[in-house]
Design a protein around this ligand. Sequence first.
Ligand code: 6LW
Length: 512
Amino acid sequence: MPQHYSNPVISGFHPDPSICRVGSDYYLVTSSFEYFPGVPIFHSRDLVNWRQVGHCLTRQSQLNLEECKSSLGIFAPTIRYHKSRFYMITTNTNSFRNFYVWADQPEGPWSEPIWLDWPGIDPSLFFDEDGHVYLTGTGGFLGDEPLGIYQAEIDIETGLLLTERRLIWSGTGAKAPEGPHLYRIQGMYYLLIAEGGTEYGHLVSIARSDNPYGPFESNPGNPILTHRSTNSTIQATGHADFVQIEDGSWWAVFLGIRPAPVLFGGQHHHLGRETFLAPVTWTSEGWPVIGDEGRVSDKMDAGTLPLEIQTPWVDKDDFETNHLSSCWNFLRNPREGDWSVEERPGWLTLRGTETTLNDVGSPAFVGRRQQHFRCAVSTLLSFEPLQEAEEAGLTVYMNERFHYEIALSYLSGKRKVILRRRIGSLWKVELEEEYEGSDIILGVDADLSQYSFFYSSPNGERKPFGSGECSLLSTEVAGGFTGVYFGLYSTGNGRPCNIPAAFDWFEYIPEC
Ligand code: 6LW
């Protein structure tokens, strides 16, 4: 009986995957943009079941996101393992600087950044058998320099360039040649890149040469992966990285999107770009093919993968530990004192500041990715707002201009539950209702098309409280490179809150 696995292998906003192997262990990193900590790192033993083991960038000295615009910050990282060390190289587009960090263990600690005198985005490292280390990246953003893939050798100890930066390939002619990775396979240098832009025209192509700088011969079978102009439920496949497993077979990880079906057509995806997996086979001419002639599906033959039992999803976080689990993120660099899991043990305490969810700043916010179309999310909030506009609650957040929230607030001298929707330059408190207590359960049920909000007193009956379209929080409407988060937050809406907001638990029940 052939075994199958499901795509995506890491759901929710996890784009630009990069992978490395250490024996029979695999490690994978993805982009994180304006979220902190940055660059989530995952571990797997079968390429299918991934468990997050931490983040590569956990300190502001490694990741300065002050005033970072949404969807800037950390772009496409690459992870490599060489001589007992892990290296993660990336761009912080907040300052447009490239750097790498290293660690002996994937869980960290990761080093301080080694900054590179290297423009562009999508830096990648290749450790050649002869000791040379190549830095390859996307360029074409300087002066009239052509768009394309650039390369130089570096000293991996210091990050200093040892050779001049050279254009090595411009791709097959589709727009935005980017996301390169160089490999040496059977004595040849293979250069894998993405093209077509990270949208519906996305594709993966490959070229090879017997010299690391080329000239590169483009694969006549390019693109080796694309879903452009197909009816597949998976779209925008591209930005891939290869790994060879212990039995010699090759696999690719890459990003893709799943547009939610919308009545009468139209394409909207709100979960962000996700991480997919497909087998790589080789033609008799030595060219790789991803999946079924460049197509992949949500159910794939696992081939020789040593499939493990799936780790169960953890439904509930009781905030019982003295640290936040690795699924949680802040927006930009959190301010000390804005959040704590120690102030009131067993609770997440947020101290709202003047910063709101509408700002390009760091509100008191702790959020996690929406990873399933259908899911039920709820939290128990304890909050006693006494000053006008003090507010705490649950947000469904795409970026500062596109979000919905259900919250407890103090408006016109009364404590109220509110539902607010912000869509671009339009915003409105759609519903407000007086609420006597200070403890409240706030929740949202998500399906393919709607977020349906509700609230209740701790032991009371659930009261439906409005809804919002998922499509209005999609990338097609809101723009950018990220996906929807469920966030716990507090704000004084222009001034600090006098009192803290405490969250006893957060529940996320997926209905797959
Ligand atoms: C990334 C580029 C891309 O730097 O999107 O899909 C950009 N490919 O390579 C941001 O994720």
